[in-house]
Design a protein around this ligand. Structure first.
Ligand code: ZN
Length: 345
């Protein structure tokens, strides 16, 4: 019987994103791991500690200059890359192990050893573009895993679903003209990093393989459900992926201090259940999520779905049922769905 994997290495706790009080901090991972232990979920997972990815793996998704920059900064003991993205002495190792972790999880799923996995590493990855680390991200873990699956594991098509509350501009950039990877994102808009309008759909051979569902601040689960039903699920089913990866950010939780969406932890249980029906996987890779309790609950909800539980374990009673009621966001989704259908005709 294939197991559900948990990818973790203590290097994830050594990365400091510029300063200790940064919202993207080690306590995020500590909160998730403590809650998985407390709920008994951790004991049911097959834990794996990844090695650091080597250069050839990172360069499947990134220009060589990106790693040159990270190595130079690492040799200096760290520093600031931009206003909100920094490195400390352990940062390069942490991100390289995170990227290798995504590949290892995909490999185990493709070989049938694992049915699915949560990659519980940091820094996150989905803002890192081909050339540029940014937005708390150094290397793009889902992008490296997707490219590895296509180039080195013989998977014809990979779907990446991104429900972090921010648009994954890095993943979009890397696969912009690539027809082998479907990138689908639901995100608060307009919001950091500014990209992710529904009109951004890829180009050349990759046109139509980028699908953005921008949502207004305050969007709740009714809008997300509508987006899954009318835009995302039809797109993924038509694409027929041989591997499903999820950029599993939890900052669309209503308690999150950086975003303004209104999901409860139970939403991530239902989203993960859906993704599990779309192809081999999912491999859920942790992205954002900055309220420690909400993050722990949402990760437990995700793991519950990966384990095939009938309901989410370890979340507050009041967050089990969908938190809905965002008619304006539903209208946005209807418009995006209409535009999508019009463009496809
Ligand atoms: Zn985010």
């Amino acid at each position: 019987m294939p197991r559900t994997g948990l990818v973790f290495h203590p290097a994830a706790l050594k990365h400091i994103c510029g300063h200790p009080d940064h919202p993207e901090q080690p306590r995020r991972i500590e909160a998730i791991r403590a809650h998985l232990e407390r709920t008994g979920l951790a004991a049911r997972l097959d834990e794996h500690a990844p090695l650091p990815a080597d250069r050839s793996l990172i360069e499947l998704a990134h220009d060589h200059g990106l790693l040159d920059l990270l190595e130079r900064m690492d040799a200096d003991g760290g520093g600031q890359i931009d206003l909100d993205t920094g490195m400390g002495p352990g940062s390069l190792e942490a991100t390289l192990r995170g990227s290798q972790g995504g590949v290892d999880a995909a490999d185990r799923v493709l070989r049938g050893e694992w049915s699915s996995a949560l990659v519980c590493m940091r820094p996150p990855g989905h803002h890192a573009t081909t050339r540029q680390p940014m937005g708390f991200c150094l290397t793009n873990h889902v992008a490296v895993a997707a490219r590895w699956a296509v180039r080195q594991a013989g998977v014809e098509r990979v779907a990446v679903i991104d429900w972090d509350a921010h648009h994954g501009n890095g993943t979009q950039d890397i696969f912009w003209s690539d027809p082998t990877v479907l990138y689908v994102s639901l995100h608060q808009f307009p919001w950091y990093p500014g990209t992710g309008d529904a009109t951004e759909r890829g180009e050349g051979d990759g046109f139509g393989c980028t699908v953005n569902v921008p949502l207004p601040a305050g969007a709740a689960e009714d809008a997300y459900e509508q987006a899954f039903d009318e835009v995302i699920e039809p797109a993924v089913r038509a694409f027929d992926p041989g591997l499903v990866l999820v950029s599993a950010g939890f900052d669309a939780h209503y308690l999150d201090p950086l975003c303004m969406m209104r999901l409860g932890a139970g939403a991530f249980f239902r989203f993960t259940q859906r993704a599990a029906r779309w192809g081999p996987g999912p491999v859920c890779v942790l992205e954002g999520g900055y309220d420690f309790e909400a993050l722990a609950w949402s990760a437990a909800a995700t793991v519950s779905a990966l384990l095939g539980e009938a309901q989410a374990i370890g979340i507050p009673e009041e967050e089990v049922a969908p938190m809905s009621g965002s008619p304006e966001a539903v209208r946005w989704v209807e418009r995006a769905a209409w535009m999508q259908r019009a463009a496809d005709r």
